[in-house]
Design a protein around this ligand. Structure first.
Ligand SMILES: Cc1cc2nc3c(=O)[nH]c(=O)nc-3n(C[C@H](O)[C@H](O)[C@H](O)COP(=O)(O)OP(=O)(O)OC[C@H]3O[C@@H](n4cnc5c(N)ncnc54)[C@H](O)[C@@H]3O)c2cc1C
Length: 289
């Protein structure tokens, strides 16, 4: 289908981009790689008066690793994440998850900021941001602010961002050595959106008990989810067979997914338990550093 008519600008600074969004008064939209928004426009789900292309704005395409963690610029593409060998040590959950995103062509254009702003509950990056307690930096007409990933996702493809706000980066807090982690997802074909997925990490105390358990789930709700009940089952316990079975049952019970042509709600509920069980078995043998 042909795209609707729109104006196009590619400003060279964040100030100019924000000014264009303000002038558009809600009908101008930022565009990054176009990998989600162009299809949205083609289906006439959005008809913006103007696209404000972020590609010429300097400084948005960097990955920085500091004591605070991994800061990823909004215009960093999936390809850049997968090509950065430092991430495998600093935050191995991230490249493990992004390895499941789409196909070559999309990975060459799709961006971290675009995925967070698009807020698809079936996408990997929003769930990783939520699971890792990420904080986004955002710029708009009222200045700069930080937004916790937990406060970003409001519903399917809906965020708490104002229409003149641009994500500039996302900070994923630093990981301690020896953190246990795993990523599991199931899709009909490699690169397809997940029917369900689990992102997991926890730390172990001297006795071998798990604490600080973080479990994120993909594609089983209107937004990316943290599975608080399954986390509560595991916190303070050794991750043995009984704990894994109990947590998997809790995960299946606490999600309320919708069914669609790809999978029924019942199947997704069952799948999330299975994936958590696999993730916990994998995490027991996998340390961050
Ligand atoms: C066939 C296909 C398969 C795919 N499979 C997967 C998959 O398996 N997993 C997955 O996670 N994704 C998948 N995607 C989506 C892909 O990962 C996109 O890269 C991602 O959704 C974001 O696209 P983009 O960066 O090009 O953003 P765009 O499409 O340019 O923008 C998306 C939205 O974000 C807004 N936006 C963009 N950048 C910013 C910013 N910095 N600040 C504020 N708002 C911004 C735009 O206004 C728009 O609303 C797939 C896409 C296609 C076409």
């Amino acid at each position: 289908m042909k795209l609707p008519h729109f104006e196009y600008e590619a400003p060279a600074s964040l100030d100019e981009a924000v000014a264009l969004l303000v002038a558009g008064d809600g009908s101008a939209r930022p565009i990054a790689g176009g990998q989600s928004f162009v299809p949205v426009m083609a289906f006439r789900l959005a008809e913006p008066s103007m696209l404000v292309d972020l590609r010429n704005i300097p400084g948005l395409d960097k990955i920085e690793i500091t004591d605070a963690g991994v800061r990823i610029g909004a215009m960093v593409r999936w390809r850049d994440v997968l090509d950065d060998a430092r991430l495998v040590e600093a935050l191995p959950l991230l490249p493990a998850a992004i390895d499941h995103v789409a196909h070559y062509q999309i990975r060459n254009r799709g961006t971290v900021g675009g995925s967070l702003a698009h807020a698809d509950p079936a996408a990997e990056m929003p769930t990783i941001a939520l699971t890792c307690d990420a904080v986004l930096e955002v710029v708009g007409s009222k200045g700069q602010r930080s937004v916790k990933a937990a406060d970003l996702f409001m519903g399917p493809l809906m965020t708490s961002l104002e229409s003149d706000e641009i994500i500039t980066s996302v900070l994923l807090p630093a990981w301690p050595a020896d953190r246990r982690w795993a990523f599991q997802e199931f899709a009909r074909r490699r690169g397809d959106f997940a029917l369900a997925g689990i992102a997991l990490f926890y730390d172990e105390d001297a006795s071998g008990a798990a604490h600080n358990v973080h479990i994120g789930a993909i594609s089983v709700g209107d937004t990316p989810l943290r599975l608080a009940k399954a986390e509560a089952v595991l916190n303070g316990r050794k991750i043995d067979e009984a704990a894994i079975a109990e947590a998997a049952a809790a995960a299946s019970a606490e999600v309320d997914p919708s069914g669609d042509i790809h999978a029924s709600a019942r199947y997704r509920k069952s799948l999330v338990g299975t994936l958590l069980s696999r993730a916990l078995q994998g995490a027991a043998n996998r340390k961050a550093k």
